[in-house]
Design a protein around this ligand. Sequence first.
Ligand code: NAD
Length: 538
Amino acid sequence: MESNTTALPHAEGAAADEAAAAPARRRAAGAGPFPARGPAGGELLDDVEETAPSAVGELVARARVAQGAWAEVPVRERAEVIAKVKKRLLARAEEIAALLHLECGKPIEEAALAEVLPNADLIDYWTLSVEELLDASPVDLDPLAYPGKVGRIQRAPRGVVALITPWNYPVAIPLRTIVPALLAGNTVVFKPSEVTPRAGALVASLFEGLLPDGVLAVAQGGSDVGAALIEAGVDLVVFTGSVATGKKIAVACAERLVPTSLELGGKDSAIVLGDCDLERAARGVVWGAFTNAGQNCASIERVYVERAIADRFIERVVALTGQLRAGVDVGVMTTARQAHIVRRQLATAVEGGAEILAGGAPEQGSLAFPPTVVRVEREDTPLLREETFGPILPVLVVNDAEEAVARTNASRFALTTSLWTRGRERAHALARRLRSGVVTINNHGFTGALPAAPWTGTGDSGSGVTSSPHALAELTRPRFILEDRSRAKSELWWYPYTPALRTIAFAMARVRGGAGWFGRVSALAELAAAFAKRLLGR
Ligand code: NAD
């Protein structure tokens, strides 16, 4: 295995620094999938050891060996072990935020609020509820039809879970699966994004020394390492990332009949109605669009505002956007590749008649993309059709809520939608008609931080579920256990098949609704006679 790091395209001026860097870092820079510097430039980041794709099979094999014993550990003990991670996480809050600032360009406050504190809630939620959630549930069985039989549904672990994650929330997203997956008795092989390998290593370090060997492993690298992980014979792939990669993973998993959970892109809309609290709506929309520099699957990437308040709302949004401080409220974008996509989408929209009201593209090559508000009339532009994943807020004026709902639902993405209105009943009625997996009324996007709330979508947003008992249903499979306490030597439906059994079968069909009341009464008489014969073996 070799350690490799590579410089981001914008950091070309780094050659001189590199000459002065430690020999190991110099040797590593320029090869492999890992950026050598964070998006804001600055010092070389720590080296990361890349996992050779050929070594991934061994990680999965070790995870498989470890899984049997881990699943045998009583769930309460597993919960006691995982609960210790919370203290470590909170004690390292500043270190985690600092690393995310360096590796992703996030403002420190945003890193702490989005990627540290909610994870403490996450660990509390799962460690306190998992025992009850995994508890086998009894199944009602008709004692006349199934005498002496008792059924229970257990939740069995899937086995070895492959977890492949993106770079935009590189601590929170992995933990949202690692914690419940391990608690459910799975082992996990985790492949962090190649853009944020140090955050990935940090996540794993939170569990260091707590788990038996092989229960949680990290495979560091790019797409080849992710592909090798799927080929290595895992039992479930949990993927969060782009639609394009999600489709590749779905195909690779389908060929191996491996179940998948896919959390993909978004094109979230905010629907701002004439009766909203305008100040709250404007502030909420600005945060929902620009938090994490818009690199959020649930970023507001379309606003549909009712004509009656459009001018006032847009004016306020533009004013609030103008107050955002570069590097304080809004960080730099994380990758040059994504900044290029955002720049291209914005340019195409402007060529098509869109009007920039605040911000605008920075100089070529800069990752400091200003928060940008753009008024758009036409939807047939990539800025409205494709995921943007950057700090652009397109605003469209609509006639009414009907038009806003129709336009929202017309997208191939359907992750989250927010409705801004004082009309609660109306909001709930509109919410029922939205395709997205999460609808927030007078708020946006933050529910990913709620461990008890399902985070899910449909269409090109994927259909995986993170958080809540619904996520646990993906991380486990039902196992039905039936115990027969009957002392009878035989069952009605066992051999031999006799004329009496045939009579019973058809008479029962009549008794259970296949005939009118007269037919049922005569069927009951037939049944009594046939049962008597059956008891005699005829
Ligand atoms: P990406 O698809 O480029 O990469 C995601 C991960 O997949 C990385 O670890 C990458 O190395 C790996 N990968 C790439 N090709 C692979 C292959 N062929 N086989 C296996 N693994 C492979 O996504 P990204 O750019 O890191 O993340 C941004 C995307 O993630 C956006 O589209 C965003 O909307 C989405 N996202 C979705 C959610 C959600 O909850 N729905 C949350 C966060 C991010």
